[in-house]
Design a protein. Sequence first.
Length: 322
Amino acid sequence: MTKSEFGRVFNIQRYTIHDGPGIRTELFLKGCPLKCEWCGNPESHKSIFEPGIYPSKCIGKDKCGFCIDVCEKKESLVFKDNKLISIDRSKCINCMECAIACPSDAIKMWGEEISIDDAMEIIRKDIPYYEKSGGGVTLSGGEPLMQIEFVKGLLRKCKREGIHTCVESTLCTDFETIEKIIPYTDLIITDIKHMNTNIHKKHTKMQNERILENIKMVSKINKPMIIRIPIIPNVNDDMENMKATADFILDELDNNILTLQLLQFMRLGEEKYKSLNMIYPMKDIEYDKDKFLEKVKSFRDFFKEKGINCIVGTTSKEKSND
Ligand code: SF4
Ligand code: SF4
């Protein structure tokens, strides 16, 4: 098998209902060009596999110590009171031997390689659910288009077998890359995180011009598309940004989207950040959840008044073109 027939994933979830219509099998691919402060999947950021540490599950090096036996860079393993508490990332070479050897899930391997054939085997198991619910397969991440050959190959196989396909992407790439998956993709889900490129860059590490251009191109070729705005307190929860987003959808996209979904901020993934020795960027955020939901609903009403098909969340019925 060639390299392009393998993908790097950090999760495969069956029976998901949020990313596309019906019941879906969702593959989350590793690697992402953006680093959004509110990201709930920090294990997706890097393309390489990484060990994640869960100290409470460590049996103790006096009783076990398998990680020490197999580690080539033993100075990477940081113990306290006998328990593995972290990994010194400047010394670790991400070989994953410790995760393989650990008998107690104290070291989780973030990432695994999967072939297109093996992915198809998992996907085929759920065909009856897709048929009953109008579901299918969603490729998400991270940014799936960073592994374009694997993604294209997998989508093509799904389409050959009559399976509905959805790609959830930042669209932060060249349009030539996006074009490669267009014939095999029934639905694209993407985000507009902020209309102001400097604020976008401040909170995601990337500017938004290329993303907005690609959204325009996807709309122009009439590919069914859902746009999401993750509404984040003190980042993009202001009317000026909502107005700019509405203008973009109406003037630049001719309102040619299936749905605008407003996703309310939730604290997600803090344990995973810890497991990777990363600081959770939203740790100091304080907000009133109920009041915030009211605010998000008022944004929804604003978009609806403008004639944009807008919902809060992901699960209201979407009109489908296919
Ligand atoms: S990933 Fe490899 S180098 Fe890093 S701590 Fe584990 S065994 Fe050691
Ligand atoms: S192999 Fe796992 S359980 Fe054993 S000492 Fe290392 S981290 Fe702890």
